[in-house]
Design a protein around this ligand. Structure first.
Ligand SMILES: CCCCCCCCCC/C=C\CC(=O)SCCNC(=O)CCNC(=O)[C@H](O)C(C)(C)COP(=O)(O)OP(=O)(O)OC[C@H]1O[C@@H](n2cnc3c(N)ncnc32)[C@H](O)[C@@H]1OP(=O)(O)O
Length: 297
């Protein structure tokens, strides 16, 4: 069953699910340990000669954005940002078929409000650091990239996607019964425009690569085995622009969007915590997780 179809089933399933109290975890049916491995979730290769770093996301099975992942990602990004020799960053995945599955649903399910707040702060931090980066950032999207994974790609300066029709990308939050926050919406609207964003967000559209190229969600499609060489070629063009002029221009374009979150950070965390810990939302997330599990059987 496709996830789209599966999500329709979520709605009919939800009435059958048991109720549980606010902030109280229902019985754990899912492995909550999966992302607790101590092996690095990010591998960075930096070439001092070209001034370009490649960040490989390697958090099995699907590079979901857990608190640990986001913390490691931000530390890696900060180190590169502070290195004056590093001018460009390519972000890609080492996991087969998936760029990133988006936010780790297990971080939003059955967790205390405090933990949810800590998690959301890390999501904000990732976006603020990447959207505001002085480096040239290119997403080499070599797999599916729903929701938070799409946000991560949108946050870069340029997106190259593997031309593989079974891969999809988009902000599909509404399909899970959740709402993309205003800064997800702003990031998408800044890329593809208001009308496309309005429709895509309401319908939770996941685009295949050609559709994504058509609406401007990605900038280029290439065969999967050429994705890193294409990203390197594009990087070379961008590196030819004087850094200070490019950085000031980038900041001019992005600052109003960044300021909007920066000046509302605490309220945004509170909104997230209030929303995600609601019984009805927890119920949708639980049903969605069950469907993801059942997909295999
Ligand atoms: C009023 C306004 C207030 C605003 C409040 C804010 C509200 C919250 C906003 C939240 C914003 C963003 C949300 C997200 O990013 S939610 C995540 C959305 N992601 C998805 O829907 C993707 C789901 N996954 C997939 O579609 C597929 O897994 C895949 C990525 C296409 C890969 O397919 P696959 O066939 O290769 O792998 P699959 O068998 O499905 O999965 C392998 C295992 O990974 C688990 N898994 C998949 N995705 C996630 C995930 N996002 N989090 C946690 N775990 C995930 C899956 O369950 C399998 O597990 P297991 O191997 O069976 O144990």
């Amino acid at each position: 069953m496709s996830l789209r179809a599966a999500t329709r089933v979520t709605r009919s399933l939800s009435g059958l699910l048991p109720r549980w109290g606010h902030g109280q975890a229902p019985p754990l049916l899912f492995s909550q340990q999966r992302n607790n491995s101590t092996s690095p979730k990010i591998r960075v290769e930096f070439n001092p000669t070209s001034g370009v770093a490649v960040m490989h996301m390697q958090s099995p099975p699907v590079n979901s954005l857990s608190l640990d992942f986001l913390t490691e990602f931000c530390i890696g990004l900060e180190k590169l940002e502070m290195d004056k020799g590093c001018r460009g960053l390519i972000i890609t995945s080492s996991q087969p078929k998936v760029f990133s599955a988006g936010l780790d649903i297990l971080e939003m399910y059955g967790k205390s409000p405090e933990r949810c707040g800590e998690f959301w702060k890390a999501v904000q931090e990732m976006w603020l650091k990447l959207y505001g980066s002085d480096m040239i950032t290119i997403a080499a999207i070599n797999g599916s990239s729903p929701a938070g994974g799409c946000l991560m790609a949108l946050t870069c300066d340029y997106r190259i996607m593997a031309d593989q029709p079974r891969y999809t990308i988009g902000l599909n939050e509404t399909l899970l019964g959740i709402v993309a926050p205003f800064w997800f919406k702003d990031t998408m609207a800044n890329t593809v425009g208001h009308r496309t964003t309005e429709m895509a967000l309401q319908l939770g559209l996941l685009y295949d690569p050609s559709e994504a190229l058509n609406v401007g969600l990605v900038d280029q499609l290439v065969p999967e085995d050429q994705i890193l060489s294409a990203a390197t070629q594009t990087m070379t063009k961008w590196l030819a622009i004087p850094d200070h002029a490019r950085q000031i221009t980038k900041s001019m374009m992005r600052k109003p969007t960044i300021d909007r979150l920066t000046s509302n950070r605490e309220a945004d965390i509170q909104n997230f915590v209030n929303f995600i810990t609601k019984d009805s939302i927890q119920k949708s997330l639980r049903a969605y997780l069950e469907i993801l599990k059942k997909k295999k059987t």
